[in-house]
Design a protein around this ligand. Structure first.
Ligand SMILES: [Zn+2]
Length: 323
């Protein structure tokens, strides 16, 4: 049973918003597109595991996607997929990498070998061992002791070729293909037959993890050294993405494809919340949506039914989108 659903990563949403709102000749476009591709590959890799996760029956397994828990050093424990059972916890690190992967034991690196290139990536085995240690410390802090944690690396792309050093035969215990997940879990039930938790306690553990989850909110503009004034303001056309649409008789009209929309500003305000701030004033909505009229801006703000603080021109509205 899935108790914490997967959402599209906020970093991907921010990159998509930024790519919509930079001039096509902007010098950072290629680097942003590459970053977005990387981010979506990870997301799609995790989605590819869903088919096998759905085969896990009923309440016996509680599945949590994308947990981000604080550790004791001011950092975060980032877990792609966590599976709670009565006798053990499995943490899955999903890798969606095409080509041939060679696990290099000597230098603790993962080599990605393609036709004309060899690329060294951080060793995922070290990564999952670190996650295991961090989660162990987190659980101890909450008085949950002696719960076995099994880290696994799941290769989501069926065409990826896996290779390892001859001496590292036990690697197949830690790196598995997605299709092998149900069998691997049933082997783990044999390995850890003792039930340490009742169903009620297992539920309580899942609530503890969800309560401590902190959603990431990366500052994409400073990460890529882009200034706010480089972002194109205006309502984008939901059909052809042209910026800006024109406000006419209560609708947004696209000058490029002539499409008409009553509520295109809602999507553009989502971009505002992803890239600039989740607080909005009458002045900032007029600037961002390219509106001249104070009263039209007020009308749009009222129609959005946002929670707000303050009165008159200083009133601040909260955009809920970046949750
Ligand atoms: Zn259009």
């Amino acid at each position: 049973m899935i108790v914490k659903q997967r959402k599209k990563p906020i970093k991907a949403l921010k990159l998509e918003a930024l790519l919509r709102r930079l001039p096509s000749e902007h010098q950072k476009i290629d680097i942003l597109k590459k970053e977005l591709r990387k981010c979506l590959a990870g997301y799609n890799g995790e989605k590819a595991i869903d088919f096998y996760l759905l085969q896990l029956s009923g309440d016996k397994h509680l599945v949590l996607h994308d947990l981000r828990l604080p550790d004791s050093t001011g950092h975060y424990i980032q877990l792609d997929i966590t599976i709670l059972t009565a006798g053990f916890v499995v943490i899955l690190e999903v890798k969606n990498i095409a080509g041939t992967l060679l696990f290099d034991d000597v230098f603790n690196q993962l080599l990605r070998i393609s036709k004309d290139d060899v690329q060294a990536l951080p060793d995922p085995l070290l990564q999952v061992e670190r996650q295991k240690h961090q989660l162990h410390c987190f659980l101890e802090k909450h008085n949950i002791k002696n719960l076995p944690i099994v880290p696994l690396i799941v290769i989501s792309n069926p065409s990826t070729v896996l290779k390892a050093d001859e001496r590292r035969r036990n690697i197949s215990q830690k790196v598995i293909r997605a299709a092998a997940l149900p069998l691997k879990l049933s082997n783990l039930y044999n390995q850890f037959p003792n039930e340490l938790f009742t169903q009620k306690e297992l539920r309580k553990l899942s609530r503890l993890l969800i309560k401590n989850h902190c959603t990431a909110n990366p500052d994409i503009l400073s990460q890529f050294h882009i200034q706010k004034n480089e972002i194109l303001p205006g309502v984008y056309c939901p059909d052809c993405f042209y910026i800006p649409s024109k406000r006419k008789s209560g609708s947004w009209i696209c000058p490029q494809c002539n499409s008409r929309s009553k509520d295109a500003h809602i999507l553009s305000l989502k971009d505002y919340s992803l890239l600039i701030s989740n607080q909005l004033t009458n002045k900032s909505i007029r600037e961002f949506l390219c509106l001249n009229s104070y009263s039209i801006a007020s009308k749009l703000l009222v129609s959005l039914e946002l929670s707000h603080t303050g009165e008159g021109k200083g009133r601040k509205y909260e955009l809920p989108y970046s949750d």
